[in-house]
Design a protein around this ligand. Structure first.
Ligand SMILES: [Zn+2]
Length: 206
């Protein structure tokens, strides 16, 4: 872990943030990419004054982002009762979404959901975060047709019990000639879907 002095690109406030390394001790990697390492949650910082949150050390932001951070809606979330670990990933997700960065937004909303699951927080909160992640993954896949994010989206859909949509995605992927590994993951997901299994599953189970 390393401490870096951050100057908030929105309000100019100076604060120290601790950054984690990018590689974690993956105990058992989830099918959604969850490393199940508590340190993965420290990869985002939140300005203690205005709530600006980011996983990257941005030095300036455009007027639209500054306006969004200062909006009543954003500030209401920043000052909400949500735990800090959840809030900062959600706020970072809102800002990436506003910048049109679907992949980062999807990932940040998903990590917010992982955090809630790790803490045993309310189901509604992680379902809310996963749904936001799913819609951002969908936006990203529409542009790139990448398989890996589609597999993650499939896993999240199953975990929130949206079996109908998960099945559609699974068969859509099977039709698009994916590689053998992806095919195995899809078949595993379909097996879980047939049992209405919403629990977390791991790469080593496939
Ligand atoms: Zn700030």
């Amino acid at each position: 872990m390393s401490t870096k002095r951050i100057i908030c690109p929105v309000c100019g406030c100076k604060f120290d943030a601790e950054f984690e390394k990018d590689y974690f001790n993956q105990r058992r990697l989830g099918l959604d990419g969850n490393a199940h390492d508590i340190e993965q949650f420290n990869r985002v910082y939140m300005c203690p004054t205005c709530g600006y949150s980011s996983a990257t050390q941005i030095t300036n932001e455009d007027a639209e982002i500054i306006e969004l951070v200062n909006s009543d809606e954003f500030q209401a979330v920043f000052k909400s009762e949500w735990s800090e670990g959840f809030k900062k990933w959600m706020l970072a997700g809102y800002l990436s979404k506003a910048s049109g960065n679907h992949y980062d937004a999807a990932y940040e909303f998903m990590v917010a959901g992982w955090y809630i699951r790790k803490c045993g927080g309310p189901v509604d909160d992680f379902v809310y975060a996963y749904n936001l992640a799913i819609s951002e993954f969908a936006g990203y896949i529409e542009e790139t047709f990448e398989v890996r994010p589609a597999l993650i989206m499939l896993d999240l859909l199953r975990q929130i019990g949206n079996f109908e949509k998960a099945t559609d995605i699974a068969f859509g992927l099977k039709d698009s000639e994916v590689d053998e590994n992806a095919e195995r993951v899809i078949d595993f997901e379909l097996k879980c879907i047939s049992k209405m299994d919403i629990s977390e599953h791991f790469v080593d189970e496939v």
